[in-house]
Design a protein around this ligand. Structure first.
Ligand code: FAD
Length: 473
């Protein structure tokens, strides 16, 4: 009797089709709902910041379930085995979850589904992580999209359906099965010293997500078109952490954004287009999963990338001491807050892959370890787009000049001063907090002199273009 709902990257109660289906299934059999989160390999493989962010999200989800008379059961192990065990302990007849689109999740979920069905249990996956599932958007020739603009045109008028309210009360069992303790999972441990600092920037949970969305759509969306590129300004929604863990449904964000468009708010269309970039990244990951690990475009394997993490250039980039102010500020912002402004991501990634000619995979992995909004599809598409090896990529010869970018998008230098202490008589706390967050082995101090550029902008650009010419010929 009853139904299990298996939470993964959908840590909310509202607009949750799997939870709704579990509640319906439980009502049919007059049984309870068993919410479970499983610490499987995907959790252990998360980067340090994403693990810390997940812990905060799970705390909030547990509280939210308790307010509905329910609980979050925590278990560790292989998902299939845990679900079978839980079903047999509870006598639950069915399991519901939301589909994910990365290759490992797809493989795991297919295995789980057939194993559960093999044992005579109901196993049903639901759409809920994206606006449009990857296979539902096809070109006229019946293939997948490799370019964003036609993808956007294909989906922009699609109706996303109505919001599902969170259940008023979730039917609970008389006796709860055993659960592990979240604190015992030690998800914060890999952050070591920086955990307390990054924690200040984390606003986890469904309520926080909804408040953030409303604040953005009520106050900032009008100016989004211009403000979104200004690195010192909070001109974007900052919903990416919430969307990465499904603390808010992307369909709710889309519907609210579309409503603002209809009300004639200027930046609303630019905003909903960003949500479609997220769908597009997942579309690409689904159809060409090698985007996560290998050059998406053919021919790029011959590019003379540096991929040796021991090299000083790579260390300097990670630590924000390349001597290029906008790049260094960006890297420090990410280290301290777990987030980086989108414009800054592009500039920092471009300097690494072009001026330093370091493989985008090195950057991708560092972002994976440092970002609280880490998302496999968005991160991989972002890196390959900047590097030039990806679909719909910026052409390789278009090399961002960090100084020109800084003049345009940080004209008063406030972003750079906010994050770089070296060279300032009275550095702000934001810049100083980097030194508290970093490991001691980096041996850096706020009073150090600003380094000279490790690779100058002109020299780096020329070397990058020469390497690209070599690749073409
Ligand atoms: P807003 O501008 O308010 O956009 C709203 C939402 O749209 C975002 O929350 C996000 O879900 C989505 N979105 C916006 N821009 C993009 C984009 N370019 N690609 C895909 N989706 C987008 N985003 C992540 O969520 N996780 C990552 O790991 C990630 N890694 C990136 C790495 C690189 C090298 C680059 C260039 C970009 C990366 N992005 C990533 C995309 C983008 O930088 C962030 O989504 C954005 O900065 C988040 O801020 P926001 O929520 O305020 O965005």
């Amino acid at each position: 009797k009853g139904a299990i709902v298996w939470f993964r990257r959908d840590l909310r109660l509202a607009d949750h089709r799997a939870l709704r289906a579990a509640c319906d299934g439980a009502a049919r059999s007059d049984g309870p709902v068993w919410p479970v989160f499983i610490r499987d390999a995907w959790v252990d493989d998360l980067g340090a910041a994403a693990k810390q962010r997940l812990e905060a999200a799970l705390e909030k989800l547990s509280q939210a379930l308790e307010e509905k008379g329910s609980r979050l059961i925590l278990r560790s192990g292989t998902s299939g085995a845990v679900l079978e065990q839980l079903a047999s302990e509870t006598g639950s007849a069915e399991v519901h979850w939301h589909r994910l689109y990365d290759p490992e999740s797809r493989k795991r979920d297919e295995g789980v589904k057939s194993a559960l069905k093999g044992r005579g249990l109901g196993a049903e996956s639901h759409a809920g992580q994206l606006l449009n599932e990857p296979w539902t958007v096809e070109t006229n020739q019946g293939g997948f999209y490799k370019v964003y603009t036609p993808f956007w045109k294909a989906v922009r008028e699609r109706e996303q359906g109505d919001h599902l309210n969170a259940p008023g009360k979730i039917p609970a069992p008389d006796h709860w099965p055993e659960t592990e303790r979240l604190e015992a999972w030690q998800l914060r441990a890999p952050m070591r010293r920086g955990a307390a600092i990054v924690a200040q920037y984390i606003h986890a949970g469904e309520d926080a997500a909804r408040d953030r969305m409303h604040a953005f759509l009520n106050e900032d969306v009008d100016a989004y078109g211009e403000a979104r590129d200004m690195v010192a300004v909070s001109g974007t929604s900052q919903l990416s952490d919430h969307l990465a863990l499904g603390e808010i449904s992307v369909r709710d964000v889309w519907n609210a954004g579309r409503q603002r468009m209809e009300e004639g708010k200027k930046g609303a269309e630019a905003f909903v287009k960003q949500l479609v970039w997220r769908d597009f990244a997942h579309h690409l990951m689904f159809h060409t999963p090698h985007i996560l690990t290998d050059n998406w475009r053919e021919g790029w394997d011959e590019f003379p990338w540096d991929e040796d993490e021991r090299h000083d250039n790579i260390k300097a980039w990670k630590q924000g001491r390349t001597g290029i102010a906008l790049v260094d500020a960006a890297m420090r912002e990410m280290y301290v807050t777990g987030r980086m402004h989108n414009r800054a991501r592009m500039v920092a990634a471009s300097y690494l892959t072009k001026h330093l000619r370091v493989h985008w995979r090195v950057g991708l992995k560092w972002f994976e370890d440092c970002l609280t909004d880490w998302d496999p599809a968005n991160n991989a598409m972002g890196w390959q787009w900047v590097a030039g090896s990806g679909p719909d990529a910026s052409p390789y010869f278009r090399v961002f000049n960090p100084d020109t970018q800084a003049e345009k998008f940080d004209p008063k230098g406030s972003y750079r001063r906010r994050w770089i202490a070296e060279g300032q008589r009275n550095p702000p706390d934001t810049a100083l907090s980097f030194f508290e967050a970093m490991p001691e082995s980096w041996a850096l101090a706020p009073g150090d002199a600003r380094p000279a550029p490790i690779v100058g902008l002109k020299e780096g650009r020329e070397a990058a273009l020469a390497a690209y010419q070599g690749l073409k010929s």
